[in-house]
Every structure is written in C-alpha cells, then in structure tokens.
Design a protein around this ligand. Structure first.
Ligand SMILES: Cc1cc2nc3c(=O)[nH]c(=O)nc-3n(C[C@H](O)[C@H](O)[C@H](O)COP(=O)(O)OP(=O)(O)OC[C@H]3O[C@@H](n4cnc5c(N)ncnc54)[C@H](O)[C@@H]3O)c2cc1C
Length: 461
C-alpha cells in the first residue's frame, strides 16, 4: 500500500485537468486481493476508485472524498489466447497494444485502438468504452467484450457473460462496459479477437480547408462506404507533428483525411477508387498512399502522437470529445472555430471524423490564462454540439468532467433510472463515488469541477 504524500502525488491526476490525492493506493496482484481491498474499504467506510494507466481525459480515475485507489498495474497477464474461438482472456492491467501484438502472432488482433493504445489498459478501455480510429468499422470496446469478472461493492467476485458470444439471461456486460468503475472493479475479461485482414490500404487525401475535408468524409459514408478508419488532421496539428517528430506531413493542405480500407484485395481496390473520386469531387487537391507497411506504421504513429506534439505550440490544451451527426460536422466546426476565435484561443483539430467524433482542442497556457475562461469556451462548444443533435462524449466518458452537463441531455426520469441501475450493483455508492451522475458531493470541492458545475447550471437556465 502506498500512502506517503510523494507516492500519492503521482496518483492525483489523469490526463484531464482535475487533481485530487487519494487517501491511499493499493496495488493488488490477484482478483482475491482486489476483493480483500474492497471489503477493507467497505469496513472503513471509504470509496474505491479503479485505475488503469490514468490516461482518461474526464477525471474518471481521480479519487475524491478520501477514496482509495486500486491500481491494476500488477494485474497485467494475458491468460489465454484462444485461436479457434478467436478470443482472449486478459487481466485489466494489460496494455491495449500488448494484447494486439500478442494476438498478431496467432493471425488475430484486438480491434479497439484508442490513440493512447501504447499505454492505456484493457480495464480502462472497458471502463470508458473506448473508441479509436478503427471504431468506424469495428465499433467501440462494448462490441468486443464477451465476458467480465468483476469485484462487486461487497467484495464478492462475480462473473458476467463468458467466452461464448451469447448466453441466456440478462446481458450485464454492455451495462458494465462504459460504467467508469462505478459498478465494480473488472479483474478479468474475455475479449473478442478478429482475423488480421488480407489487405490494408492506407492513404492521405489533401484538402484546402477543414470544411471541404469534412464534406468529403460525409459523402464517403453517405455513399455506403465504411472505411476501416477515417481521421482528420488540420494544418495546426500537421505543423506541430512536423516540428516535433519530423512527420513529413503536407502543411500546404488546410486539412487531410487519413483513410484506411481493409479486407479482400479486390474489395479494397474498388473502394479506394470510389473514395478518391468522392474526395476529388469535394475539392481534394492531392493524395498520398503509404507504399509499405513501414510507411503505414509511420502515418499512424504520427496520428497517435498528435496530442503530444501540440505541446510545441502551448503547454496546455483542452481536448473536447463531443460527438455530432456526421452531416452536421462542417457547420458545427464553423461554430466551434467562431467560439475559439471570440475567446482568442488557437485551436487544433485531429479527430475520428468517420464516426462524427469531434476533438477540437483549445490550446492555452495555464500559467497565464485562467482555467475558468477555458471552461466557459468549452461549455459553449459542448452546447453547440448538443444543439446539433450530438452527445456529451463520444469515447472519453463523463467522469467528473461532464457529470453536471448530463442534465442537458437526460431528464430527471432518465437519471433516476441510471441511479437505480447503479444501486443494484452498489447501493451505498462506494465504487468510484462522484462520477458520471450529476449532483454527487464527493468531487464537488475540486476547482475545475466547481467551475463546470457553475457553467452547466448557468447555461441551462
Ligand atoms: C493522448 C491520448 C489519446 C487518447 N485517445 C483516445 C482515443 O482515441 N479513444 C478513446 O476512447 N480514448 C482516448 N483517450 C482517453 C483514454 O486513453 C481512454 O479512455 C482509455 O481507455 C483509458 O485507459 P486507462 O488505462 O488510462 O484508464 P484510466 O484513465 O486509469 O481509467 C479510466 C476509467 O476506467 C475506470 N477503470 C480503470 N480500470 C478499471 C477496472 N479494472 N475496472 C473498472 N473500471 C476501471 C477508471 O475508474 C476510470 O473511470 C486518449 C487519451 C490520451 C491522453
């Protein structure tokens, strides 16, 4: 158990803004040890917060109100890869990319690939129902979890689902995936693996600006084509990546679409031709194809390092995660840019455009620019997305970042139903207290949370 102030310091934050030290950090090595910790916490009357790699962006793994953090960093074994039934049994601390790399040795891969996949864990991916570039074709984590072993709030170890794709009775797995640790601590998961496709074609289409790129993306999907991935990067992001990692991205473009199609070779060739024609008609002025597997790898590496590269421009940024109907993207982006301009923030855009998942990023310097002002601009951006028929989060979760904004999109009846579902697992609210549902007091003292609460109320009125 870790309890010295210097040890707790490294567990007081995730990749978002909020900070708060836990009362202690426990690092169990088995499900039984996790159960023991949960029982001890129950007896002591304190909350328990599961934590994977801490790359979450919504404050989900931050402990509030004296809660204890349960780190899964010692639960990192791949227990089985079953080639025949295309499934793997893993502990929650397994790093996403490690699972895919291990599965590739059997001709298989784990499809969910958040850009944080080099460090984020399967437990955290399950907690947040992570997406990623390839969610466009393969769906998010919920589509890839078959069964879960979980320590419940009373310290018992329960199983839901299993290795088989469909079991009789109520299916609790989709309820647990995305519950951000509020229903229990996942200690094992059976996940689906997919066969590595025969052919992969990765290419860039270059556009004069974001709007023409967004128009092309919308037309590609409207034409009934579902690429494996379709990502947009704007000029600001490309410039940062070139400066930081010598990525050789074409800064003469106002935006680019990084598109990947995969499947049978003939199928891919036909799809690429149709996509290129749609891009050209929408205003693309160039295309580049990754000629080798190494080039493909470099393009994806660049995409996935984009967030880190932006620190070249400003030391801090606020990454949004709203999702909007694809056809509304050009118009929503126009409004987002207008808001950022009014506040005087530089923005960068790098997002999973194929599934409407916007990630406008406000760049700022927290040493000189007040966080409350960033929050104010962010709340306006979120409101624009919601008004366009969108949702608060496409993949990063609600955590303590957006709990109060839940009232914008759910009625009191809806929220009451969610509370009852949570109570069925955890009647005393000990598992990750203060997360997801609005009105929780546990995390109310944290500074940016307070700012968001105020804004949520203000903008609702
Ligand atoms: C640079 C960067 C890029 C990112 N790109 C993406 C992306 O493309 N797509 C995407 O979806 N997200 C992305 N994220 C967000 C984040 O990486 C994901 O949400 C990821 O799934 C979090 O995993 P983690 O191991 O870091 O979990 P943590 O941050 O530690 O925890 C996340 C949530 O899961 C809960 N949790 C953790 N372990 C367990 C467990 N064993 N049982 C129950 N609950 C648990 C926690 O309590 C918390 O609520 C990105 C983040 C960064 C910093």
């Amino acid at each position: 158990m870790l309890s010295s102030p210097e040890d707790l310091l490294v567990f007081e934050y995730d990749a978002g803004f909020d900070r708060n030290a836990p009362s202690a950090v426990v690092v169990p090595g088995t499900a039984e040890e996790v159960a023991g910790v949960v029982r001890a916490a129950r007896d002591a009357g304190v909350g328990v917060v599961p934590r994977g790699a801490g790359t979450g962006l919504a404050g989900g793994s931050i402990a509030c109100g004296g809660a204890v953090v349960v780190s899964t960093s010692r639960l990192r074994r791949i227990l089985a890869i079953d080639q025949e039934s295309r499934a793997a049994l893993v502990e929650p601390g397994v790093v996403n990319l490690d699972l895919s790399n291990a599965a590739r040795r059997h001709g298989l891969f784990f499809a969910p690939d958040p850009s944080s996949q080099r460090v984020s864990t399967i437990g955290g991916n399950i907690g947040n129902n992570a997406g990623g570039p390839h969610a466009l074709r393969y769906g998010s984590v919920v589509q890839h979890v078959l069964g879960i072993e979980m320590v419940l709030a009373d310290g018992t170890i329960a199983s839901f689902g299993g290795r088989a794709p469909d079991l009789p009775g109520y299916d609790c797995v989709p309820l647990i995936v995305g519950s951000e640790g509020t229903l229990g601590i996942v200690t094992k998961a059976w996940v689906r693996l997919l066969p590595v496709p025969e052919h992969v074609h990765t290419f860039l289409a270059l556009f004069p600006d974001i709007e023409t790129g967004a128009l092309a993306a919308s037309r590609i999907v409207a034409a009934g084509i579902v690429p494996a991935a379709m990502e947009m990067l704007d000029r600001t992001t490309m410039g940062a990546l070139n400066a930081a990692f010598d990525a050789h991205l074409p800064e003469e473009a106002g935006s680019l679409l990084l598109i990947e199609v995969e499947g049978l070779t003939e199928e891919c060739t036909a799809q690429v031709a149709r996509i290129e024609a749609i891009c050209a008609a929408a205003g693309a002025f160039g295309a580049r194809t990754a000629a080798t597997a190494e080039e493909r790898e470099l393009l994806w590496k660049a995409r996935k390092l984009g967030y880190a590269a932006l620190a070249r421009i400003k030391p801090n940024n606020y990454l949004h995660d709203a999702v909007v109907p694809r056809t509304r993207i050009p118009e929503v982006l126009r409004q987002v840019n207008a808001i950022a301009e009014r506040y005087g923030y530089v923005t960068a855009n790098m997002f999973h455009i194929g599934d409407g998942n916007l990630h406008p990023i406000l760049l700022f310097d927290a040493r000189t620019e007040p966080i409350e002002r960033v929050m104010r601009a962010s709340a306006e951006i979120l409101r624009v997305a919601v008004d366009a028929g969108g949702m608060l989060s496409g993949e990063h979760g609600i955590g303590i970042e957006k709990d109060e904004f839940m009232r914008w999109v759910f009625s009191e009846d809806d929220l009451g139903a969610m509370r009852r579902a949570r109570d069925a697992f955890d009647p005393d609210g000990r598992m990750n207290p203060g997360k997801i549902l609005p009105g929780g007091e546990h995390c109310a003292a944290i500074a940016t949370t307070r700012a968001k609460r105020a804004l949520a109320g203000e903008m609702w009125v």
